[in-house]
Design a protein around this ligand. Structure first.
Ligand code: C2E
Ligand code: MG
Ligand code: MG
Ligand code: MG
Length: 285
């Protein structure tokens, strides 16, 4: 909204709006410094196989150690980075960092060889996918992690993709990098468009999982997504599983994978390493 104020379409700024606008301008400036000084970090949320309850991989989620505001979550700065055209730099930083971390875990734990690593990618500007396509993947992805990397692009991001962007996505997929549709169900997918995409995974948006407890309507939606995915030979991840009842329901429906606070919140590197230590030790038994 801040844009409108700057364009002068509002003559009066209430003190609250003034603070908001100033805060926003400050974040814009700080983002550039933050990138230079590597003030960002990744947290890692485990993704779990719902039939075995074993970990299959992680999703990396960006955080910002802001010098004066403390730890910031992506909703505070990702939309701004998107607007000012900085997001692809953050995304490529995250990709490289997540790949390095996965390689560390692979070296540290024998059983970590098959872990996957999901990385979120914005697709709001042409430059996002172009920049991704143009990176030298062997520089960015550590030896042995390429097959494990999955890029998550939101459903709305997918539908906004231009023909050139789609070409970039296919080229990226041809390199062996898997693509997931994130927040699935919130956009307006049609079957015909879905089957033309180089996509291997659908992630059902948290809002549907959240409403699973409420009964048949949301169950029918989730069931339809699962059937659709099966017919298209895609894997499904349920996002935001918070209760045992939601888990049980998804297990009954044979949903492949899930993540959510029921299993683990996004974890710092240290906590994710401990989590791996625990679960990998269990799976050795
Ligand atoms: P997302 O990719 O859909 O990630 C899932 C979000 O749901 C994360 O929020 C995660 O912490 C949260 N979550 C996971 N399990 C649960 C649960 O059981 N209950 C609830 N209530 N929430 C849960 P987070 O980390 O704040 O990230 C928000 C969004 O920011 C992400 O949504 C993603 O779209 C974006 N994002 C995160 N990291 C990056 C990045 O490196 N690049 C880009 N472009 N976007 C990113
Ligand atoms: Mg995601
Ligand atoms: Mg999501
Ligand atoms: Mg999301």
């Amino acid at each position: 909204h801040a844009k409108n104020y700057r364009k002068g379409s509002y003559t009066f700024l209430t003190p609250h709006l003034k603070t908001q606008t100033l805060e926003r301008i400050q974040i814009e400036t700080d983002l550039r410094t933050g990138l230079e000084q590597e003030q960002f970090c990744l947290h890692y949320q485990p993704i779990i196989c719902l039939s075995t309850l074993k970990i299959v991989g992680f999703e990396s989620l960006i955080r910002w150690h802001h010098p004066s505001k403390g730890l910031l979550f992506p909703n505070k700065f990702v939309p701004i980075a998107e607007e000012i055209g900085l997001i692809h730099k953050l995304d490529i930083w995250a990709l490289k960092t997540a790949s390095q971390q996965l390689q560390k875990w692979q070296q540290q734990f024998k059983n970590a060889a098959s872990l996957t690593m999901n990385v979120n990618i914005s697709n709001v500007h042409r430059q996002c996918l172009e920049a991704l396509e143009q990176i030298n993947w062997s520089d960015y992805l550590q030896e042995g992690t390429r097959a494990a990397i999955k890029l998550e692009i939101t459903e709305t991001g997918f539908w906004a993709t231009t023909a050139e962007g789609m070409h970039s996505l296919r080229r990226i997929a041809d390199l062996g990098i898997e693509l997931c549709i994130d927040d699935f169900g919130t956009g307006y997918s049609s079957l015909s468009r879905l089957h033309n995409l180089p996509v291997t995974t659908l992630k059902i948006d948290r809002s549907f999982i959240n409403r699973l407890d409420e009964g048949s309507e949301s169950q029918a939606i989730v069931q339809n997504i699962l059937t659709l995915a099966r017919n298209l030979n895609m894997t499904v991840v349920a996002e935001g599983i918070e209760t045992p009842a939601q888990l049980a329901q998804l297990q009954t429906m044979n949903c492949d994978l899930g993540q959510g606070y029921l299993f683990a919140k996004p974890l710092t590197v240290e906590n994710a390493t401990e989590f791996l230590q625990g679960t990998l030790a269990c799976s050795l038994k």
